[in-house]
Design a binder for this molecule. Structure first.
Ligand SMILES: [Zn+2]
Length: 347
């Protein structure tokens, strides 16, 4: 029998929380009933003393257990296959596909398929397709000379559809994207914090860069054609909130962000925002949470591509075994950030 990938305590916590991110990573055997479940099973929780964890259904069956009829633990891999083939179909089509057709392909009802897909990717099939399309548009914008060319290259029927799909997601107007932030004003400041000098920069949509030990030259490289303005009245108010969030960690979900990434990067960043202060995740857990349990390295890269430190709390991702892992601004800052949140780290 293969060993479960995670510690029993963590597995039991996942069961108590009915955490779907753990489905497929182990099954819960209930010795008193002879049944095994996926971690998120909605049935009443068994007594801890009757529970044993197994790496997968095969291991549980080898121990004489039967799959639960309610949560169908052996269907987790079937779910994964269904989601992966739907993703492939959406990418090939380059546009949203009818939910009914995707569900029928997988042999699921539409509502069940919608749930399974959303659980794995964090997005509904329609939202996922829009994200793919916006990602292609962003890509095209870096390659095409004109916005109009990019719009059609990304498969939109008309410019208005493009603006509709990208608004609120990309943060900047599409024309600003073509040329290093052309037409965009970015306010910035470098302030002293307990973690050293901190650079904060924001467009009128939200914070676009938060980093340590960087000056405005770093902004110029990222947004060579944007208008960079030091300070500014409205910006000062936002800056105050950001400094509070960094010095006294708490809920900072209200601070607006202006970031762009690929659909996968944005899914990872969204997941990072869900990790509460005072908790950490491993890179493997992060990959599993966005429905790509094997994409541990890609999740690590997406973590590292984060432009807004602290507010997208990539410092809450640590190595398996409790080591600090890496951090773009050095382990000392990572250790201090976690320390502020009450997390004691090894090393
Ligand atoms: Zn069950």
């Amino acid at each position: 029998m293969t060993e479960p990938m995670i510690a029993d305590d963590e597995a039991w916590a996942a069961v108590l929380g009915r955490d779907r991110a753990f489905d497929g990573r182990f099954v819960t055997g209930v010795l008193s009933t002879g049944i095994y479940c996926r971690p998120s099973c909605a049935a009443r929780h068994p007594a801890r003393s009757n529970v044993r964890f197994f790496a997968d259904g095969a291991a549980a069956r080898a121990a004489g257990l039967r799959p639960c009829k309610r949560c169908l633990p052996d269907d987790v891999s079937r779910d994964e296959r269904a989601v992966l083939s739907a993703i492939a179909a959406i990418k090939a089509a380059g546009q949203p596909l009818a939910l009914a057709a995707l569900a029928a392909e997988a042999g699921y009802s539409a509502s069940h398929f919608q749930r399974v897909f959303t659980r794995h990717t964090g997005l509904s099939p329609a939202a996922y397709a829009r994200a793919i399309q916006a990602e292609r548009a962003a890509q095209a914008l870096t390659e095409e000379d004109s916005v109009t060319g990019a719009v059609y290259a990304a498969g939109y029927s008309a410019p208005s559809r493009f603006y509709e799909a990208t608004q609120g997601r990309l943060g900047m107007t599409p024309s600003a994207w073509v040329n290093g932030g052309k037409g965009v004003t970015i306010h910035w400041a470098v302030v002293e914090t307990s973690l050293g000098p901190m650079l904060v920069a924001a467009t009128d949509k939200g914070v676009c860069r938060l980093s340590f030990n960087e000056g405005p030259d770093a902004l110029e490289r990222r947004f060579p054609n944007a208008e960079l303005v030091e300070g500014g009245a409205e910006f000062q108010a936002l800056l105050g909130q950001v400094v509070v969030a960094v010095e006294a960690p708490g809920d900072f979900a209200h601070i607006p962000l202006d970031v762009k990434g690929t659909a996968f990067q944005e899914a990872v960043w969204q997941e990072l925002r869900r990790i509460p202060a005072g908790e950490t995740r491993t890179y493997a857990e992060l990959a599993a949470a966005v429905g790509r349990p094997k994409a541990v390295r890609a999740a690590g890269s997406a973590n590292g591509a984060n432009n807004v430190a602290v507010l997208i709390p990539c410092h809450r991702v640590i190595a398996t075994g409790g080591g600090l892992g890496g951090y773009a601004y050095g382990l000392e800052i990572k250790r201090k950030l976690l320390g502020k949140e009450g997390v004691q780290t090894k090393e």
